[in-house]
Design a protein around this ligand. Structure first.
Ligand code: GLU
Length: 289
């Protein structure tokens, strides 16, 4: 059965960009008569809050974005991820790294594998990295076609466990999509660059490979990505019908005039019937509100 999901990081309330991702994955799943799951990716305690995840749940309710089953909170299943790291350790597919952020920044942000063969003392502060075989360099996106990522990025030995003990997003996302039986991942285009490295981990873990569809990013009039980082306006402080219509337009769905001011639920039912992959724009969408 088609199984999709929305997996927000609760570092703030939903903004137009994340709402449009939620709507895109919801419409796709429902148009396939599939399931649509909700997972709160709240592993990073510095960035995430209960307040933000509650606000996201409330917004989804206001917009009629009804998910199937219970909400999964990643923070409640840390042991599961640690177990996966242990299994990789057993297979010599991870290693400890004590390189500083400063050093990696100086390398241009892509880690060079310096600690691959270094033995660390127990009391050292270290992160745990994936010994990435780097065999997957490309994937086929159902909306955007064949996408290749530079070998250095696809094959980067990325962090699985940070030095402060936080499990990294790239591991948790792969683990949960497998456990939850997600068949298709519909998410924002900002995650295209990390897809091949996730596929390398999926391959090593012997997980099923999901289908991917990346949705356009929404930029404000000044060309910034709509995100919490640049203080995008939370959508629950705005007119839901207008916001829903705007988010749908960014996905190539132009509502008929009589539905422009209708409640979001009605707009979404029209969207389910009219959702088309080839109607989704490939470029970023600029919106001002
Ligand atoms: N939690 C990620 C985010 O909010 C999305 C993860 C994903 O869809 O793969 O950006």
């Amino acid at each position: 059965m088609y199984t999709g999901r929305f997996a927000p990081t609760p570092s703030g309330p939903l903004h137009l960009g994340s709402l449009s991702t939620a709507i895109g994955s919801f419409l796709r799943a429902r148009s396939q008569k599939g399931k649509w799951l909700l997972r709160i990716e709240d592993l990073d305690r510095q960035r995430c809050s209960r307040e933000a995840s509650d606000s996201i749940l409330k917004t989804l309710e206001i917009y009629g974005l009804e998910y199937d089953g219970c909400v999964i909170y990643q923070s409640r299943q840390v042991e599961k991820y640690r177990e996966i790291i242990r299994s990789l350790q057993f297979r010599n597919l991870v290693y400890k790294c004590s390189c500083s952020r400063k050093r990696i920044k100086a390398l241009g942000g892509i880690y060079d594998g310096r600690c691959r063969n270094t033995v660390h003392q127990e009391n050292q502060n270290f992160s745990v990295r994936f010994r990435n075989p780097g065999t997957v360099l490309s994937f086929d996106d159902i909306a955007r076609g064949h996408i290749e990522t530079p070998a250095a990025e696809s094959g980067e030995d990325f962090v699985l466990l940070r030095s402060d003990g936080t499990v990294a997003y790239n591991l948790a996302v792969v683990a949960d999509d497998e456990t939850e039986g997600v068949t298709e991942i519909v998410r924002g285009a900002d995650l295209i660059p990390v897809t091949t490295r996730q596929l390398n981990l999926i391959s090593v873990l012997g997980y099923r490979t999901p289908v991917y569809m990346h949705l356009p990013l929404i930029l404000s009039g000044t060309d910034l990505k709509y995100s919490k980082q640049n203080h995008a306006k939370p959508v629950n402080e705005s007119d839901p019908s207008l916001m829903c219509a705007t988010a749908m337009k960014c996905l190539g769905l132009i509502l008929p005039p009589d539905l422009c001011c209708a409640p979001p639920r009605e707009q979404l039912s029209w969207g389910i019937k009219n959702f088309r992959i080839d109607g989704i724009p490939r470029n970023n969408q600029t919106v001002s509100y």
